[in-house]
Design a binder for this molecule. Structure first.
Ligand code: S3P
Length: 163
């Protein structure tokens, strides 16, 4: 079984996945990193700019499919993985989905000054996206963990208790 982390940009998926995989002594896979390797581009921003979001989503689906044949890994997904149900279906074939739930205020605080995320460049648009996506994260989650005011260790312990 894999442990799959979903949640909005800035919810801490990468940090929690890294710490959780260290604790479980298993592999940590970042879907965004896998997409970057496949694309030959230097950054996610560059993919969005030069290839377009559609191409990014296609590659996201290819990677989700590949992940369904992985096992015993902690997988940190890009925040948009949930917009395509096929991706979640692939991931759920061999994994438990954990939603890291973070308030928009906290996310805004964490991502202040970040210019690596094309879909967070416009704060108002990002807030609408957040409201829309939240329903999907909840719908697909096997486990929901609030992350506001919690340390990475606390979050990991909650996840391990709940799965
Ligand atoms: C995206 C989230 C990003 C990255 C891309 C698109 C999204 O990942 O995949 O910029 O649609 O929410 P993080 O959630 O790791 O920031």
């Amino acid at each position: 079984m894999n442990i799959i982390l979903i949640g909005f940009m800035g919810s801490g998926k990468s940090s929690v996945a890294a710490a959780l995989s260290r604790k479980l002594k298993c592999r940590c896979i970042e879907t965004d990193t896998a997409i970057l390797e496949r694309s030959g581009r230097k950054s996610i921003k560059e993919i969005f700019l030069l290839d377009g979001e559609m191409r990014f989503r296609e590659m996201e689906m290819e990677i989700a499919k590949k992940m369904s044949s992985e096992s015993d890994a902690v997988i940190s997904t890009g925040g948009g993985m949930v917009i395509n149900k096929i991706c979640i279906d692939y991931l759920k074939r061999n994994g438990k989905v954990i939603f890291l739930s973070t308030s928009f205020a906290e996310i805004t605080r964490r991502l202040q000054g970040d210019d690596t995320r094309p879909l967070f460049a416009d704060r108002e648009a990002a807030q609408k996206l957040f409201a829309f996506r939240k329903r999907l994260y909840k719908q697909y989650a096997d486990v929901i963990t609030d992350t506001d005011n919690r340390s990475i260790d606390e979050i990991i312990n909650i996840i391990l208790k709940k799965i």
